[in-house]
Ligand binder design. Structure first.
Ligand SMILES: [Mg+2]
Length: 215
């Protein structure tokens, strides 16, 4: 079966998490938490992770439970030069161009940041659109609402012709449950039992037999 549309996670999927960029974002999130909830100074990392687990993201949790300004928090936590962490990836660019079908970003981060990361990787023009944290607020991945919203925004009507790729096992499992061909990317976590395929790096995307063009 030919797949018609691909939904890619951004952070940890289109680049390797070991570059340290997510650590930078998390330290900015911790700064923001202490502005909103100053009493959390001693256990800010635990507090951040708890909101992440319950909401799929810390910032939506802060907005819902503590009335944090969602847009301001997204801007603050992604306000740095991403080129310190990611470089152009010509192999990935080539493989994305060889993969036929519509391609979207489905991220829990901020659209303006996503554009900067895609530009830094040299792959912005490989994509047809971005679904970001604002689009799926207040229920990002792994919420089923996030997947349905992504299909709605992109007007992709047949989920069985859609692929979802992510580095987080719980997101991969949720994508599978929603009917996507769900691919786990990366070596940070063991492959989820519900993953339909697993690749060590996004650069390996064309090794998945189902994505090879006939002929
Ligand atoms: Mg990710």
């Amino acid at each position: 079966m030919a797949y018609e549309a691909y939904f890619f996670d951004l952070d940890g999927t289109l680049y390797d998490n070991r570059c340290g960029m997510v650590d930078r974002i998390n330290s900015l999130i911790d700064e923001w938490i202490l502005r909103v909830v100053p009493g959390k100074k001693d256990d800010v990392a635990t507090f951040r992770h708890d909101l992440f687990l319950r909401y799929g993201g810390t910032l939506p949790g802060l907005a819902v439970e503590y009335n944090s300004d969602y847009y301001a928090s997204l801007k603050f936590c992604h306000d740095f030069d991403v080129r310190e962490y990611v470089k152009p990836d010509p192999v990935l660019r080539e493989n994305l161009f060889l993969l036929s079908g519509r391609k979207y970003i489905l991220t829990t981060s901020y659209r303006f940041y996503a554009v900067r990361v895609l530009k830094a990787l040299g792959i912005l023009e490989c994509f047809d659109g971005i679904i970001d944290a604002v689009d799926v607020f207040p229920a990002p991945k792994p919420s089923e609402k996030a997947f349905r919203r992504a299909l709605q925004i992109t007007a992709e009507s047949d989920v069985s012709r859609c692929v979802f790729l992510d580095d987080q096992p719980r997101n991969v499992a949720a994508g599978h449950k929603e009917g996507f061909f769900s691919v786990q990317v990366g070596t940070e976590f063991p492959p989820d039992p519900f993953a339909d395929a697993w690749i060590p790096s996004i650069r390996d995307i064309l090794t998945i037999p189902q994505f090879r063009t006939e002929g």
